[in-house]
Design a protein around this ligand. Structure first.
Ligand code: CO
Length: 442
């Protein structure tokens, strides 16, 4: 007979399976966007070309720019109803391949990466690394792009043995240029040395068998940890995975948008999932670019409709927050120590590293209450610097009132991070209440 605990564990694992699958199948922003786009299509959303003549009739739309996606459940009259906006980012710190990535050295073929974003480097060592991203190529006489995912550990960055570096446990630093090239195989220079373009061509044929590959032109590829996301902890209360920051928020945003809503069908609900947050957001699809404003402008039509709509709008910018690490409690402000599985965290910084105001914090707290979930708040110690996110950037770009929030996690920007197994659902419930709940006072 299965025990009750066993039954609960089975249910719990089944509930978390779709999130874990999304994390595993989204090794790059391109893959995350493709997976979200597939879900949106299934839910009746139409992919819309920004280059086409777009008439903003009520409907369900989504727009893609590379690794960024905006989806809109548009009901009309934004100048009086406003927009209910949820933002998150699709990218995570990682090791991105250099253009001439494959090099020979000391009996090995190695892949040379560039560090993307503020990665914690040590966790990338001694892991089986896969390779994924987008390849740009000529096929059937035209230029095109395709996603690939070599989802097995084809590369590895081994540690240097402690016998050869006796001081390593006292003073370890990692030289990004010298110490991060990843071993692909044993190979000597010469005619048998692997050809990287040939390797890409084989993978393209494996994943896109009908494609007539003529020439690889360029690529956006990164290494990633192949160890799948898993539920961990004695009470199965944590999720360990790569890219929890910030795919967990992206997932919750999509869940909330697609959830059945009471009043939501009359609202204008938008999710904006931007790439390039980890490198400052300045890009064509990043939060500091024109993507969101351009989509909202077209939904609003001409004149001063957008300005009017934004005065009746609010953005909830969802990005993970630092939970208090039990081994380093003094890194947190004593009265603000967020815990995992204790609900979303409202992020506050009076120097506007977070865009939350008393008004938007209040509204978010009210939403959580109505959804029946707890919520916490965080402010950084006064003697420490504060991180930032897409909230203040989008707030400044659009002039929209904003709350920065996110679930608590540990080990942010590690190759493998830790979050609460119950927080994703609480965040999705809060965002669902934001989209579908009561009339707001703005
Ligand atoms: Co983040």
């Amino acid at each position: 007979m299965p025990t009750r605990d066993h039954d609960n564990a089975e249910t719990h694992a089944a509930d978390l399976a779709p999130l874990l699958r999304f994390l595993n199948e989204s090794p790059t922003p391109f893959h995350a966007v493709a997976n979200i786009a597939a879900r949106l299509r299934d839910a009746g959303y139409t992919e819309t070309d920004e280059g086409a003549d777009f008439k903003a009739a009520p409907g369900k739309y989504f727009f893609i720019r590379d690794g960024s996606l905006i989806a809109a459940q548009f009901s009309g009259s934004p100048q009086t109803r406003g927009f209910r906006l949820v933002g998150a980012h699709t990218d995570s710190p990682c090791l991105k391949l250099k253009p001439n990535a494959l090099a020979a050295g000391n009996g090995y073929a190695k892949l040379a990466p560039e560090v993307y974003g503020g990665a914690l480097l040590a966790p990338w060592v001694d892991r089986g690394l896969g390779l994924a991203g987008r390849v740009t190529l000529n096929a059937d006489g035209a230029m095109t792009g395709r996603l690939i995912n070599i989802a097995r550990p084809v590369a590895f960055i081994p540690s240097l043995a402690i016998h050869l570096d006796r001081g390593v446990n006292e003073n370890r630093s990692i030289n990004k240029q010298k110490e991060l090239p990843a071993i692909l195989c044993r190979a000597d220079e010469g005619p048998d040395f692997p050809d990287f373009n040939e390797l890409l061509r084989e993978q393209l044929l494996r994943e896109h068998p009908r494609l007539k590959v003529e020439k690889i032109l360029a690529f956006d590829l990164c290494l990633y940890d192949c160890q799948p996301a898993e539920v961990v902890g004695l009470k199965r209360e944590f999720v360990a995975s790569a890219r929890l920051d910030n795919l967990l928020s992206c997932y919750a945003a999509v869940e909330a948008l697609l959830a059945p809503q009471d009043a939501g069908e009359q609202n204008n609900n938008i999710i904006a999932l931007n790439d390039h947050e980890e490198v400052g957001s300045v890009s064509a699809g990043g939060a500091d670019g024109p993507f969101l404003q351009s989509v909202l402008r077209r939904l609003c039509g001409g004149g001063d409709n957008l300005a009017r709509a934004l005065r009746h709008s609010m953005l909830v910018s969802a990005d993970n927050a630092h939970g208090v690490h039990p081994n380093y409690p003094d890194k947190h402000e004593p009265a603000h120590r967020p815990l995992l599985n204790a609900g979303p965290v409202i992020k506050i910084n009076s120097n506007q590293r977070y865009a939350t105001s008393g008004e938007t914090a209040g509204w978010f707290r009210r939403i959580c209450e109505r959804a029946g979930i707890p919520c916490q708040s965080i402010v950084t110690r006064s003697d420490m610097g504060c991180g930032s996110t897409i909230g203040p950037i989008t707030a400044a770009k659009l002039g929209v009132r904003t709350a920065d929030i996110g679930v608590a996690q540990l080990g942010m920007h590690s190759a493998r991070e830790l979050a609460g197994a119950h927080d994703q659902k609480m965040l999705a419930d809060a965002l669902r209440e934001f989209f579908g709940g009561e009339e707001w006072p703005f």
